[in-house]
Design a protein. Structure first.
Length: 193
């Protein structure tokens, strides 16, 4: 029993280190699409967290990293706008052509958003650069791989999530990554919703 507990603790510690290190490593490269994961929006205005992700994606677009930007996220009950539509307008205002933006506007989890994005894109889109907060980068990248992309991550350098809040999220993400690698991220999404 002690051996099993020690192995589980070591596996969790490794997952935590991977969450932390992936969140601090930018895997930016030329890809088929940039995928920006959604976060809260307030009546058509992105939250500071979402705005930081979108600013980073716009900078990557300006650098010519990809010909497409995929924005994701549905809406909460009572919302007038989806995270995706809010994100698209924000990017258009930053100079990304509307014709180069794909909206996945129904997902409510990381898995759903990435799975639906995969279904929206044709087979010519294989490689993606996932833009999200540092604490979320590894699980997002692994989930994108699971749904059929060849995924890399580019965590936003200006995340508004910091300090204790970031540590708490990293600890939770490490548990999610550890479990998701065993049971799959689709099943994990079903358990945590």
């Amino acid at each position: 029993m002690l051996v099993v507990l020690m192995v589980a603790m070591a596996y969790y510690a490794l997952s935590l280190w991977q969450v932390w290190s992936t969140g601090r490593a930018d895997q930016v490269r030329a890809v088929d699409a940039i995928v920006v994961l959604g976060a809260a929006q307030y009546d058509g205005r992105p939250s500071p967290q979402l705005a930081a992700r979108l600013d980073h994606a716009a900078d990557l677009w300006d650098d010519g990293i990809a010909p497409l930007v995929v924005v994701t996220g549905g809406k909460q009950p009572g919302d007038r706008f989806t995270e995706a539509s809010t994100s698209a307008q924000y990017l258009i205002d930053r100079g990304v052509p509307a014709s180069m933006i794909v909206l996945e506007d129904a997902g409510s989890t990381t898995y759903e958003s990435l799975d639906r994005a995969r279904a929206l894109l044709d087979d010519s889109v294989d490689t993606v650069l996932v833009v999200t907060d540092p604490y979320h980068a590894l699980r997002s990248q692994l989930t994108a791989d699971e749904v059929g992309f060849t995924a890399f991550s580019s965590p936003t350098p200006d995340s508004v999530v910091g300090g204790r809040n970031e540590l708490r999220r990293e600890l939770a993400e490490a548990a999610g990554v550890a479990v998701g690698r065993i049971i799959g991220f689709e099943r994990l999404s079903g358990l945590t919703d």
